[in-house]
Unconditional design. Structure first.
Length: 65
């Protein structure tokens, strides 16, 4: 089973990672950081629970033409 890891960064913000059994990182917070541990944990839980599964899906969101 994957593990949710919440940790404090050197800059004082909080981050999260979802790590597979084999040690591979499956998902991260996007490097934005959170002001506190509670907010970081809450967002990780929302992602893991599928709260955003109905979000718009883009094949190539960075394509500009």
């Amino acid at each position: 089973m994957a593990k949710r890891i919440v940790f404090e960064r050197k800059d004082g913000t909080w981050a999260w990672q979802l790590v597979a059994d084999n040690g591979n990182i499956i998902a991260v917070d996007g490097s934005q950081g959170y002001e506190n541990q509670i907010d970081a944990r809450a967002m990780a839980d929302k992602i893991i629970a599928g709260s955003y599964k109905d979000a718009d899906k883009f094949t190539n969101p960075l394509k500009t033409d």
